[in-house]
Design a protein around this ligand. Structure first.
Ligand SMILES: NC(=O)c1ccc[n+]([C@@H]2O[C@H](COP(=O)([O-])OP(=O)(O)OC[C@H]3O[C@@H](n4cnc5c(N)ncnc54)[C@H](OP(=O)(O)O)[C@@H]3O)[C@@H](O)[C@H]2O)c1
Length: 224
């Protein structure tokens, strides 16, 4: 398979990159900095460096790069987590999370549609979301910008699943679990490698029949 992963240089994205390289796939690693990726030294790895997914010119660069390459799987993984306090909400922080976590994955996916749509073979798009974007599951409050951005991501991904079904493109919306990456200070229930394995299981099971599902990486279906 030919696979694109955003935010591939650390955390869950780096583990997914490693996993798919070990499985012998061709991985295109999109990143702002290639520090951890260079040492992987694998012929099946192509690094697209200096690529900020929030920058529209960079998104155009991605579209141009893949104009002649057929992509089987796109994993929109890049994301940020900030915190806000009710009473002192920080507009920039909320905007940054919306831009990175909701708008960027939508625009990156749109820019790659021509490389993914092929009526004869199934392509897959994965959005790495969070259960913090589940309204039903929100019993602890707070995290305004992050929660709002992931809810927005979820609804955009759901629309894509509807719009792209007839084009042979299946969409998964996956919460990885609590994963010990920099994002949460390294403390989690899963290592990034364990999370990558579970995410891969969900991707393997993704079809046009279950497209648009919001999954926990362990296979549970999450409520919106
Ligand atoms: N860890 C968890 O427990 C957890 C739980 C639920 C959901 N998630 C989701 O899982 C995904 C991966 O998170 P993680 O835990 O692996 O976090 P991480 O270790 O902080 O990694 C985040 C990755 O996203 C990249 N990124 C952020 N903004 C970017 C931008 N504008 N352009 C390009 N790349 C950008 C980072 O690149 P730089 O190195 O350049 O900053 C980094 O590679 C995120 O979508 C996150 O919301 C994580």
């Amino acid at each position: 398979m030919k696979i694109i992963i955003t935010g591939a240089n650390r955390g869950i994205g780096l583990s997914l990159t490693n996993l798919y390289l070990k499985q012998g796939h061709q991985v295109y690693a999109i990143c702002r900095s290639d520090n951890n990726l260079l040492s992987l030294n694998n012929d099946n790895l192509e690094i697209i460096n200096n690529c900020d997914v929030c920058d529209e010119q960079n998104i155009q660069k991605i579209a141009d790069y893949f104009s002649d390459i057929k992509i089987d799987l796109l994993i929109n993984n890049a994301g940020i987590l900030r915190d806000e306090t009710l009473g002192a909400l920080n507009v920039k922080s909320i905007n940054d999370q919306f831009q990175t976590n909701a708008l960027a994955p939508l625009l990156v996916t749109q820019s790659l549609l021509d490389s993914m749509i092929d009526q004869t073979t199934l392509s897959k798009v994965v959005f790495i979301t969070s259960r913090m974007g589940s309204i039903t599951d929100n019993t602890s409050g707070g995290r305004y910008g992050y929660r709002m951005s992931k809810v927005a991501l979820n609804i955009a991904a759901k629309s894509m699943s509807v719009d792209l079904k007839a084009n042979n493109v299946a969409v998964a919306i996956i919460h990885p679990g609590l994963v010990g990456t920099d994002m949460i200070g390294g403390q989690g229930n899963l290592t990034p490698d364990e999370a990558a394995q579970k995410i891969n299981k969900r991707i393997e099971g993704l079809t046009l029949d279950n497209t648009g599902t919001f999954w926990y990486s362990n296979g549970d279906v999450l409520p919106w």
